[in-house]
Design a protein around this ligand. Structure first.
Ligand SMILES: *Cc1c(COP(=O)(O)O)cnc(C)c1O
Length: 367
């Protein structure tokens, strides 16, 4: 007799996140096709938007991606361990004094300021080797990058081993915004100071603005992970699904109330299911009263407040025989990350990157 069961993680899990590396790889192919002629890099910062940088990057390298972007030096170091051959750019460059780690791991800093340019040059001179670097220009977003005035320091840029010049669009998800063309023109002007160096302007949404925005390298992140490039534009395959088991189910009476603050009152006798995921898992508390989960094609409203580890669901429309252990869909065919994001008043990017590390994860291989 086994007193201790031989259960596995998937049997223990109250909720599980399925990440389709196949869908991510297919999205990569689709986006790379749009940018035909331009190299298609892959942005895997923030642990590949929460989905697992190591798994995602390996799957994309398997599809032919050779260039990757991360935000931080430590993300680059971790990615280097997984992809010994890839070209890896670090968007934020480096903190003062960390040039050596950058070079030691074969990472390419994106130099965003004259100070970073000076430090990198000094480091390369001392090392006696022109390690590769990229330059970022501020073409209008006032976030990262060198200004037009900075570029007047012509001599400072001599001797840099430049792999890329780049900038970033502020309004690419709004195809009609005049800011896009304004930034594009500024970028062209600034890049002209570095003839022959490959140029990159477009992240996911920018790629969909058309070939004028592609230059020599495109750098999608969100599109790989199935996020729409602009409101309502559904061209990419969803890559995650999130399923949760009913942890407990009860019938409450008219007038009974639910959750912290007793903020929801049953108008009539109601079956209420408790699911084991909450704001600690990225199911935003701000979603209270807005969000739904699904049973097949049946929408089930989330009621009352979102707790740290649980949500409550109105089961009125669900089959009467559903019981603890049965599965409801949080992200799936009826509700993608963009839709869940809308119910929280945010964007798919935030939903994805917030999905917690507590879910049991299942990866569908890229094949
Ligand atoms: C995050 C980021 C990207 C990727 O953006 P998506 O909209 O996710 O495609 C590209 N370039 C820069 C500079 C970024 O910060």
């Amino acid at each position: 007799m086994h007193i201790f069961s031989q259960d596995d993680a998937s049997a223990r899990a109250g909720a599980w996140l399925t990440v389709s590396l196949k869908a991510i790889a297919n999205n990569y192919d689709l986006v790379a096709g749009l940018g035909a002629g331009a190299e298609c890099a892959a942005v895997v910062k923030a642990d590949a938007y929460g989905l697992g940088a190591a798994q995602v990057a390996q799957a994309l390298a398997g599809r032919g991606a050779g260039t990757f972007f991360v935000a931080h030096l430590d993300e680059g170091i971790a990615l280097r361990a997984v992809l010994p051959q890839a070209r890896i750019f670090v968007l934020h460059g480096f903190m003062p004094g960390c040039e050596g780690s950058m070079a030691a791991h074969g990472l390419i800093p994106v130099l965003n300021s004259l100070d970073q340019v000076r430090s990198w040059k000094r480091f390369c001179e001392q090392a006696g080797q022109a390690f590769p670097a990229a330059l970022q220009f501020d073409s209008g977003m006032s976030r990262f990058g060198l200004s037009i005035e900075d570029l007047a320091e012509r001599a400072l840029f001599n001797g840099l081993n430049l792999q890329l010049v780049m900038s970033h669009l502020a309004c690419a998800d709004m195809p009609d915004s005049s800011a896009n063309e304004m930034q594009r023109q500024r970028f062209v002007t600034m890049a002209a100071a570095f003839p022959g160096v490959p140029r990159s302007l477009a992240a996911s949404s920018g790629i969909f603005l058309g070939p004028d925005y592609h230059f020599e390298l495109i750098r999608p992140g969100a599109a790989l992970y199935g996020i729409a490039p602009s409101e309502g534009r559904r061209v990419l395959a969803p890559v995650v699904s999130l399923d949760a088991r009913i942890a407990q189910i009860r019938t409450i009476q008219a007038g009974d109330r639910v959750g912290y603050g007793l903020s929801w009152t049953a108008p009539k006798a109601t079956r209420v299911a408790t699911l084991g995921l909450g704001y600690a898992d990225g199911f935003f508390r701000a979603q209270a009263g807005q969000a739904s989960v699904w049973y097949g094609r049946t929408r089930l409203p989330v009621i009352g407040r979102v707790s740290m580890d649980s949500i409550s669901v109105d089961m009125t429309e669900a089959p009467a025989d559903l019981k603890a252990g049965d599965v409801l869909s949080v992200l799936g065919p009826q509700q993608d990350v963009d839709a869940l994001a809308r119910s929280a008043g945010t964007i798919g990017y935030e939903v994805l990157t917030a999905l917690g590390s507590r879910f049991h994860r299942v990866y569908v291989p890229a094949g």
